[in-house]
Design a protein around this ligand. Structure first.
Ligand SMILES: Cc1cc2nc3c(=O)[nH]c(=O)nc-3n(C[C@H](O)[C@H](O)[C@H](O)COP(=O)(O)OP(=O)(O)OC[C@H]3O[C@@H](n4cnc5c(N)ncnc54)[C@H](O)[C@@H]3O)c2cc1C
Length: 396
């Protein structure tokens, strides 16, 4: 049994979501990849919202049939969506990452204005942390957020890059330094910025090797003003809010990696079982067996680590308690996606790198982003080792 950590209810949910995505996403997946059709993305987001699936992470808002919805189910959703189209999955994973701090840290008025439409699937959200000189080292960010006492507004100046859903989102959660006189851990804040705010602009979007159909771009903030109530939590809590979302994001990314890895593996097996070489099925060759066996155990390891972390989170563990497990899930699943997509191309030979013969080449291009986004593999290893050796301060 692969899905060792899942209950019968979880498995029934997986069957339900697979069926739903088979109806809503599968017929549009090709348009999203080939035409980068944002309308198609929005239609599926809307359908997910209408069906209540965007609320899985938020037990107090969820009104569906699951007894105890949670990260386990949001991860299943991510895995099944990434299996069909990873670009689409990144759009909803990012919207959820935006919804997460809105849910836990925004005032009820701000929640109503920005969180509700995201969960209903009628709006999209972004999270803005990364800057040109600030990737893995997010504490070094240069964006400034200052409070204007006279107008009682937050004023934001900065430049963000690699922002998923940029230009398409309705709301942007922006992190910046609000008190430069203290350490960033205490002087960073986060604010919700609606898309139509004067001073917010989008210089360009990026042209990536994979993930066609999702939009990632730059965000410039020049004298952007938002009301006092748009602050998430209290002034100076931004770094804590950022760290608070990392475990959840890493587990979701475990699901993304798993979905991508599984889709590659299924293609590899189907090819090895049907293709003939030297008068025998390709799958009969020991060198092919080796690749199939290695993909199999890596996927099982990724699945066990991902759902262990999801179940721990749903049982109430978070913060440092979950850091090692969430980082392991993200690391192993995303590296497994890269490994499986590469071996699948190899098993398929020329067909593997040709657009006319299926999705192997697409999955290969898509997978490469996974060990970079949401914290790189190197950062995940640092988190794991830091928990294993608490007495040693790592030399970052
Ligand atoms: C498709 C895509 C979507 C994204 N979406 C978003 C988004 O929505 N919001 C957002 O804020 N950001 C987003 N990002 C940014 C992403 O989180 C960063 O790219 C990631 O954190 C890495 O930062 P960087 O690219 O600046 O690389 P760097 O931090 O410059 O790292 C470069 C390399 O050096 C390694 N490295 C860095 N420091 C160390 C060290 N101390 N020891 C060893 N190795 C080290 C890294 O692991 C990496 O391999 C996205 C990125 C991509 C590509």
């Amino acid at each position: 049994m692969r899905d060792f950590f899942l209950t019968d209810e979880d498995r029934a949910f997986r069957a339900e979501i697979r069926d739903f995505l088979g109806r809503e996403l599968a017929p549009r997946a090709d348009k999203i990849e080939r035409d980068e059709d944002w309308e198609a993305v929005k239609q599926v987001v809307r359908a997910l919202g209408e069906a209540g699936y965007m609320k899985l992470m938020f037990r107090d808002l969820y009104d569906g049939p699951l007894g105890q919805p949670g990260l386990t189910h949001a991860t299943i959703l991510s895995e099944e969506a990434a299996y069909l189209n990873y670009a689409f999955e990144t759009t909803i994973a990012t919207a959820l990452s935006c919804a997460y701090p809105l849910h836990s840290k925004a005032t009820s008025a701000i929640r109503e204005r920005y969180l509700t439409p995201i969960l209903e699937g009628t709006a999209i959200g972004s999270i803005c942390m990364t800057e040109p000189d600030v990737g893995s080292d997010s504490a070094a960010m240069k964006t400034r957020i200052r409070f204007d006492e006279k107008t009682r507004e937050w004023v934001i100046d900065g430049f963000k890059r690699y922002i998923s859903n940029a230009t398409k989102s309705d709301v942007y959660i922006v992190w910046g330094i609000s008190d430069p006189d203290v350490a960033p851990q205490k002087g960073m804040s986060a604010v919700a910025v609606p898309a139509d705010t004067p001073g917010l602009s989008f210089p360009r979007t990026y042209d990536f090797m994979g993930r066609r159909g999702c939009v990632v771009g730059e965000v410039t903030l020049e004298g952007v003003r938002v009301p006092e109530e748009n602050l998430l939590g209290a002034p100076g809590q931004g770094f804590r809010i950022m760290l608070g979302a990392f475990n959840f994001e890493r587990v979701i990314l475990g699901g993304s990696g798993l979905g991508v890895a599984r889709s590659a593996f299924d293609i590899a097996k189907a090819h090895a079982e049907t293709r003939t070489a030297f008068g025998q099925k390709l799958g009969q060759k020991q060198l092919i067996w080796d690749m199939v066996a290695e993909m199999s155990w890596r996927i099982d390891a990724a699945e066990l680590l991902t759902y262990r972390a999801a179940k721990m989170y749903d049982a109430g563990m978070d913060g440092k308690e979950l850091m090692r497990e969430a980082a392991q899930a993200k690391l192993v699943s995303t590296e497994t996606a890269v490994f499986c997509s590469d071996r699948t191309v190899q098993i398929m030979g020329g067909d593997g790198i040709t657009r006319q013969f299926g999705r192997a080449e697409q999955i290969y291009r898509d997978a490469r982003a996974l060990p970079i986004v949401g914290g790189t593999s190197e950062m995940a290893k640092y988190l794991i080792a830091a928990r294993e050796m608490p007495s040693v301060k790592p030399n970052l």
